[in-house]
Design a protein around this ligand. Sequence first.
Ligand code: NAD
Ligand code: DAU
Length: 364
Amino acid sequence: MINKDKKKLKVLITGGAGFIGSHVVRLFVTKYPDYEIVNLDALTYAGNLENLKDIENAPNYTFVKGDILDTELINNLFEKYEFDAVIHLAAESHVDRSISDPLAFVKTNVIGTMNLLNAAKKIWIDTPPSGEGGLEEKLFYHISTDEVYGTLGESGLFTEETPYAPNSPYSASKASSDHFVRAYGETYGLPYVVSNCSNNYGPNQFPEKLIPLFIHNILQKNPLPVYGDGNYTRDWLFVIDHAEAIDRIFHHSEKNKTYNVGGFNEWKNIDLVKLLCRVMDKKLGREEGSSEKLITYVKDRPGHDLRYAIDASRINNELGWKPSVTFEEGLEKTIDWYLENETWLKSVTSGAYQDYYKKQYKST
Ligand code: NAD
Ligand code: DAU
């Protein structure tokens, strides 16, 4: 595993301009000033350099605009920087988009991950560098999702031993990438770790996912499209707590392990939406109950997983991690962030965003 005593680790973070990636980049750049952090991001609709404005000039930080499908670029980056570790977050991440364009998910999530694995294998295994820090001090850290486990019924929790049973093109592509990471560990000896996390929420999340989309729609007094009967359950984790978990796993996990990360925080969608409406009404000084009137039940998502819930006891017991904020605190911080950053929200919801939502609403 990576050598924690080696002060000058060179770390490639992919997808660092996205939602979770931006919090991971910020944490690593500020907490480890001696590390060299390279953020590789294609800046798709979900990537935004505004998310990293506060650290863009940090001396230990470099941004590279590029696609993980570009093998030449990736191989060049590995040769140039001789990375000690990769934290791989770049992905197509929205289930609804995967239903309308599954191939895009195979390309980025499966082939893109393969490209990174091949580049790491080439430099760490096929032509290992001479000098300090052999293969045992390298790490390929793959960020994955609890959706690879499929769905739970009314009871039970996903553990690290739950068999994979992905139900959407998104989760199938993530499951496939997880398998390739594991296979490179078994076949070529690539040191890896995988973590599978539950639903994140917090600042900088693109307003296509439930919480930021509904915050945006409440602000605009637009309908709140609840899929099906709204009785679907998710386990919500504040994004900064996820970034802390990634830090803990990166520095302390043994090699070739997997960790489930979750919020110990299950909510039925409809209950969460009603809570969000109540809090927003108060904050916006609107009449109590006015935002709830925006709730509109729409056609269900095909293949909609009923319930996700994580057993996070492994990371809790072995690495001493647990969420630091309650859901009420995290949600409050999140809403405040969106209210204070209306320009961010406006800039990401112009142009192509409007076309995407026109299509979405047409299909419901
Ligand atoms: P996101 O969609 O907000 O960000 C993805 C980032 O990857 C963007 O900056 C985008 O520009 C970049 N990207 C996309 N395709 C790329 C490509 N081909 N080359 C280079 N960069 C590319 O996603 P997120 O919600 O921050 O998720 C990050 C990771 O965490 C993903 O792997 C996702 O599967 C996983 N995850 C997300 C959640 C969640 O609730 N959001 C939960 C568990 C796991
Ligand atoms: O569990 C981890 C996963 O969580 C991540 O891997 C994914 O990247 C992330 O997108 C998220 O997947 P979900 O499909 O659970 O998140 P989403 O925010 O899209 O939806 C949450 C729930 O809300 C789900 O049951 C569908 C429902 N929903 C969603 C939207 C966007 C609605 O009812 N209406 C909506 O408009």
